[in-house]
Design a protein around this ligand. Structure first.
Ligand code: F3S
Length: 439
């Protein structure tokens, strides 16, 4: 039997697909590339915006058109928050919500669907209440195609920002057992992986029997063979000060992705964010002072209800004043069931959202270009990725600068020093890339 995975959304979903891949492999399945028609197709969905959900539906229909006899299992955030919408798509065989997601291999192996025969009605495994318990999970070690494996350390969020669906798709904060994480990180390192990315919904909330994120990173530092530990997006108010003390000086990469969302205090308050623009700036200044060569990325939401020209200008001014190396710009998308839908705020027209998004995309490009250009003439360590194209290898520095070099040797998975000689402009929406030569 073959299984193909299609993963939408964030790194957390990616790490869960990897763990599910291990489970299916242990059950005797062969994992095939998502493009290859498989006996079983697992769609790991995302619900963060209306368009993310639409993308999931589109792919489900496309797969069913191309291979109508594939057994189609849908899980992930969309499967938790809108079973009804998925039931309306004929051809789905199994829907698994948040509590059942990681049980998928055994639900299929031991359930009514073990021979993967198509069903007239989907089997639905779903509970509206999501577990609040800390957890262990299958160790993801099968997918060794990744250069930088994502390791899930935490799930859920108690912050309940007014616009955010994630507490409803993933439930309340809970943490993966400390030893379980160390076990997985050790296995990845033993397989030759030099970098791991710690991922979760609210990473700073990590806690297992009195041990927090800083303790976890300290323990991971001692793993032999591991050269880099990177943390994915982390809430501004939750970064432990010990992290700033060691970032860039130890294996912890000098890279923070700190969601800002808006630079207007009125909007931040309506969003239910837990900081003001002044507090955010003060934290960034502290981080820049403490961490040499810190690379700082952020998320910005455009067109949150009530965002007028004045509020948007505040966001632009704040971003201009802070040393971001890149921005991720998201248009606001109303999510059913969130607090915002009851707040009665004035919606921003789509045309305005588009215009404002363009302003921020341009600003992001300016910031990224400046950040990349500042690396010219420096020797930087680059971890090369496993995919290469005709003698061209690309990888990332610890500051998350994408670097490409030409080489006749296979550089995949290697951590090598590169002299940055220039920056190639990204074309047709692609990002710029620093280019360099090996020592
Ligand atoms: Fe999407 Fe769920 Fe991640 S909504 S962004 S897959 S937490």
């Amino acid at each position: 039997m073959t299984v193909a995975f299609h993963t939408f959304g964030c790194r957390l979903n990616q790490s869960e697909s990897d763990a599910l891949g291990s489970g299916f492999t242990a059950a005797g399945y062969t994992i095939v590339n998502a493009e290859i028609p498989a006996d079983l197709c697992v769609i790991n969905t995302c619900s963060v915006t209306a368009s993310a959900e639409a993308d999931c539906r589109r792919l489900i229909r496309k797969i069913l058109r191309k291979k109508p006899d594939t057994f189609l299992a849908v899980t992930g955030c969309y499967a938790q928050v809108d079973v009804a919408a998925l039931r309306k798509i004929p051809g789905i065989d199994l829907i698994a919500g948040a509590n059942h997601k990681m049980l998928l291999p055994s639900l299929i192996q031991h359930g009514a669907s073990k021979n993967l025969a198509k069903l007239s009605e989907p089997l639905v495994f779903h509970s509206p209440k999501i577990s609040k318990e800390d957890f262990t999970m299958p160790v993801a070690t099968v997918f060794n195609h990744q250069t930088r494996p994502n390791i899930k350390i935490q799930d859920g969020c108690d912050f309940f920002c007014s616009f955010c669906i994630i507490p409803y798709t993933r439930g309340r904060e809970r943490s993966r057992k400390f030893d379980d994480i160390l076990l997985e990180a050790n296995l990845w390192a033993a397989q030759g992986h030099k970098e791991i990315v710690l991922t979760g919904v609210n990473l700073g909330a990590y806690a297992d029997r009195g041990q927090g994120l800083a303790d976890l990173i300290k323990a991971l530092e001692s793993i032999e063979g591991l050269a880099r530990i990177r943390i994915s997006s982390i809430e501004p108010t939750t970064v432990p000060s010990q992290l700033l003390d060691c970032m860039g000086k130890t294996k912890l990469c000098p890279h923070l992705h700190l969601p800002l969302q808006s630079g207007s205090n009125a909007i931040l308050s309506n969003m239910g964010r837990r900081y003001t623009q002044e507090a955010y700036s003060a934290f960034v200044n502290e981080a820049m002072n403490k961490v040499p060569n810190l690379s700082l990325g952020t998320d910005v939401m455009v067109g949150f209800p009530g965002e007028g020209e004045a509020e948007f200008s505040e966001t632009v001014s704040l971003i201009e004043s802070l040393p971001f190396s890149y921005l991720h710009v998201f248009p606001f998308s109303e999510r059913k069931g969130t607090r915002l839908t009851r707040m009665g705020l004035q919606h921003v027209p789509l045309s305005t959202i588009r215009k404002r998004s363009q302003v921020l995309h341009d600003l992001s490009k300016k910031k990224r270009d400046a950040f990349y250009n500042a690396s010219i003439g420096k020797w930087l360590d680059v971890l090369f990725e496993n995919n290469s194209e005709a003698g061209f290898y690309a990888g990332y520095t610890s500051q998350f600068i994408r670097v490409g070099v030409s080489s006749t040797n296979n550089l995949s998975g290697q951590l090598l020093s590169v002299l940055i000689t220039g920056v190639a402009a990204g074309s047709q929406g692609t990002l710029p890339m620093a280019v360099g030569v090996l020592s």
